[in-house]
Design a protein around this ligand. Structure first.
Ligand SMILES: [Zn+2]
Length: 142
């Protein structure tokens, strides 16, 4: 017997805009909604056991990040104050890392563009094209 998981959150979001490489990259978030479920059977019982042994259970929690090939699954637990604190800390740390990464990435726009302008001038106004189109030439050594 399989338990039907009722979802509080069940969302897979692709990370790249359509047409960009790595179109298979995604983040998947699942949080089971156990609001209407009672206690589960004992940890050593079969799902339809009638021995009366009851136990609490954790909701199914899943946060996965994929680059299209590999998947990283982050684990979360809510069974104690310590586990809850750690789960929230893990999420807050991830959110903070993403925010500072985003800001640092944006700060690299200008230096990259400056170098592109420099290259553009060096190549005599040739448009930036893939190398196989033959536009680039080696900079002269002076
Ligand atoms: Zn049992």
């Amino acid at each position: 017997m399989t338990l039907p998981y009722k979802a509080r959150l069940n969302e897979q979001t692709f990370l790249n805009l359509p047409g960009f490489n790595g179109g298979g990259a995604y983040v998947y978030a699942f949080v089971e909604d156990t609001n209407e479920r009672g206690l589960g059977v004992g940890p050593l019982c079969e799902p339809d056991c009638t021995c009366g042994w009851k136990d609490n259970f954790e909701p199914r929690l899943e946060l996965s990040i994929s680059d299209g090939d590999d998947v990283v699954n982050l684990g979360f637990a809510i069974e104690s104050d310590g586990y809850r604190e750690n789960s929230l800390h893990k999420l807050d740390t991830l959110i903070a890392a993403l925010r500072v990464f985003r800001a640092a990435l944006m700060e690299e726009f200008e230096p990259y563009d400056r170098r592109s302008r420099e290259l553009f001038e060096l190549e005599g106004g040739c448009q930036d094209e893939p190398p196989d189109r033959g536009c680039r030439r080696a900079a002269s050594i002076s």
